[in-house]
Write a protein of this length. Sequence first.
Length: 320
Amino acid sequence: MHAVHRRPPGRGTTKIMDLDKLSHAVMVAREGSLSAAAKRIPMSQSALTRSIQSLEKKYGIRLFERGKSGAKLTPDGTAFIAAAEEVLWSARRADDHLTAVATGQNSTVRFGAGPVMTACILPRVLPRLADMKAHFQIRTGSNASLRSLLSRGEIDFFVGGAPAGSDHFASAYGFRLHPTWTESGSTEIFVRAGHPLTEASSALPYLSRYPVACASFTRDRLGTDGFHALGLQPPSVEIDDYHVLTDLVCSSDFILIGTPTVRQMRPAHEMVMLSLDTRGMLQPWNWAVVSHSRVPLSTAGSLLVRALGEEFDRIHAQSD
């Protein structure tokens, strides 16, 4: 097989991108053959072939190796398709935003919620969404999963945590933070009412006897050294759902490790909070709305961010 050399685009080549042709190339890459892609688009295979050849000529690269097994991406083609998908995603988002501006309506707002927000804050905010002229799609999960969704453009923003006083988190991912509440760094123990730890004069000497459950957020903040320093076992159950975590704690001798906000999940006669001294162990944390730096929030998105901020302020005032 002869090596394929890049050819510089012709001098008369237009600078304007053809989004249809980019989408044709992406479809061929996804389907793995010209014939399958032509059926999905739909268009004739010959027209699709001309579209791909036009792109290759314009950018001076070979996108696919054609053979009996289909169309296989070249190394240049792999990089090109990744860039094309980014361009098409940006174009779709821009079109949604322009449509919303032109019609005076708000487009769909897609946002993510971490486990604490889902359990304690979101239920208080959801009723207010009925007054906003928009459609809301909500995804829940860990900070890591929500960062991934935002990076891929599958959500517009999410509410999560980031270390206070550091811009590394935002700059590393190209994100913008809208801080709403800075937490001092407290982490507490939660056990069922009647747990043996509630009957001891000091729970600290006995902590290592009981299995630990937590969300990934708490595990990330404390780390292995933090659990050890507090005399705790490493977490044996980790799940980003505080409804499940509190159910587990209230029905067993598991210890739940989390922020003071978790106490809102259960009444005092079912779940008891025992304070931990974590001073100096945890960096202050910003609870923030995290969006992409290149995509502005819609009107409905901005209203939702304001509602979330008000709820954070209310919870913060109660915890003081």
